[in-house]
Design a protein around this ligand. Structure first.
Ligand SMILES: Nc1ncnc2c1ncn2[C@@H]1O[C@H](COP(=O)(O)OP(=O)(O)OP(=O)(O)O)[C@@H](O)[C@H]1O
Ligand SMILES: [Mg+2]
Length: 421
């Protein structure tokens, strides 16, 4: 159990390119921290610096308050699980899990090793596979063996680099749940790299979003979703992604491609002096007005639908609009940063699947302008972020995390009492 602190961490490889640029993060004891971002943004580099496989160019790395920049990987007592598991093919599952214990020579008797491996195998449901070889296991089972090896070491923290990316979708879902349960149960500090949205949102107590080596925002999934600090985070988190619409300002009114909205309160103060801004509206903030869902002060509009996708539980409708050239450049750039496939000036709306909007026909839609974000088209900064609300979300998620850890501890204690009875 440990805290991990990163203070102004920089990594420059041989060519001088800062793969990680001035990243500071405080990871709490027992916290599940996710690192996300597009390919090449420095996630693996950051993880490898924490575990000691990569030198830190500048900045400090502290584990439990102690600077460890110069310590070799094995002196840091962290357990890393890689994407390709790195199992020994000639050893049985038992021996693969026991491997780190045998390495630490003489410290443990065979009986102790057996107890530890069996405990880990029980937790990971590998008990009946202990005598088998890795080649005969499924991808998910191999993954669990790799995790078992991390568990038996009593490491201070777990580090995962895209551990599930080789698995098929169903198994990925199962393993995600298992990792989450195991992490809570062990209460062990975890840093987990992924570029899978679902993993980031469901596993993380907090998620750190990186862009080109620079930390953009580190917050709970809910805060990232509801109160992003900039266009990049807003566009990266959420699927289908947030709609970014060109908007012009006159006084307290915002002209969107589909009509006009009046802005109230602090949001109005933030945009009043501007001319052009980018409005961000998530697909699910739109409703089909024909279904009679009431929205107070909702903005209603009619628009012709180009295409629909009915998925049973959702209905996506695509609605083209005219792009304002003054924000086109910003949105093109954003799209490139997000590894997108080119900006199409079309609104994506996620409606209730009961909706009857159809292709080529006019839809009658409504949305709540108070849910809209407004961004500076030059800097990408979110002008309407609600700091009070963000702080409130952060407090709640920290409370939730603590309670989950306490519940897990209480459950373990009960189980131990039962076992010894
Ligand atoms: N050994 C190396 N030498 C030089 N540059 C490197 C080296 N390893 C990584 N880089 C560069 O550092 C940057 C960050 O790479 P890194 O592997 O950390 O990205 P990542 O976020 O893990 O990407 P992915 O999602 O594709 O795994 C990239 O621009 C990459 O080209
Ligand atoms: Mg990587």
């Amino acid at each position: 159990m440990s805290t991990i602190q990163l203070k102004n961490i920089v990594k420059k490889y041989g060519d001088g390119y800062p793969a990680v640029n001035d990243v500071s993060l405080d990871i709490a004891d027992g916290e599940f921290m996710i690192l996300v971002g597009p390919s090449g943004c420095g996630k693996s580099t950051l993880l490898r610096m924490i575990v000691g496989l990569e030198d830190i160019t500048s900045g400090d790395l502290l584990i439990d308050g102690k600077k460890v920049n110069q310590l070799a990987p094995r002196e840091r007592n962290l357990a890393m699980v890689f994407q390709n598991y790195a199992l020994y093919p000639h050893l049985s599952v038992f021996e693969n899990i026991a491997f780190p214990l045998r390495l630490a020579k003489g410290r443990m008797s065979d009986a102790e090793i057996k107890t530890k491996v069996n405990q880990a195998a029980d937790m990971l449901e590998l008990r009946e596979h202990l005598e088998r070889k890795p080649a005969n296991l499924s991808g998910g089972q191999r993954q669990r063996v790799a995790m078992g090896r991390a568990i038996v070491r009593d490491a201070d923290a777990f580090l995962f680099d895209e551990p599930l990316s080789n698995l098929d979708a169903k198994l990925r879902g199962q393993m995600r749940t298992e990792i989450s349960k195991m992490q809570r149960r062990l209460g062990i500090t975890t840093v987990y790299v992924t570029h899978d949205q679902t993993e980031a949102m469901t596993l993380g107590d907090r998620v750190a979003v990186l862009k080109k080596g620079v930390l953009q925002q580190c917050a709970s999934p809910r805060e990232l979703y509801e109160q992003p600090v900039n266009l990049f985070v807003a566009g990266f988190i959420g699927s289908p992604p947030m709609n970014f619409l060109p908007a012009t300002v006159t006084g307290d009114r915002l002209h969107l491609p589909f009509g006009e909205v009046e802005i109230h309160g602090p949001k109005a103060d933030a945009i009043r002096q501007r001319q052009t801004v980018i409005a961000g509206i998530r697909p699910e903030y739109f409703k089909d007005a024909e279904l009679g869902e009431e929205i107070d002060n909702g903005m209603e509009f009619r628009a012709v639908v180009d295409q629909t996708e009915w998925l049973g539980n959702d209905l996506y409708a695509y609605i083209p609009y005219e792009m304002d050239p003054s924000v086109q450049r910003t949105l093109d750039e954003l799209d490139k940063e997000l590894d997108g496939e080119g900006v199409r000036p079309q609104l994506v709306v996620n409606l209730d699947s009961r909706s009857l909007v159809s292709e080529g026909e006019e839809a009658h839609l409504v949305f709540d302008p108070s849910l809209m974000h407004v961004f500076d088209p030059e800097t990408g900064e979110c002008l309407t972020r609600d700091e009070d609300r963000a702080a409130q979300i952060a407090r709640r998620s920290e409370d939730e995390r603590r309670r989950a850890l306490e519940r897990a501890k209480a459950r373990d204690a009960r189980e131990q009492v039962r076992e010894s009875a």
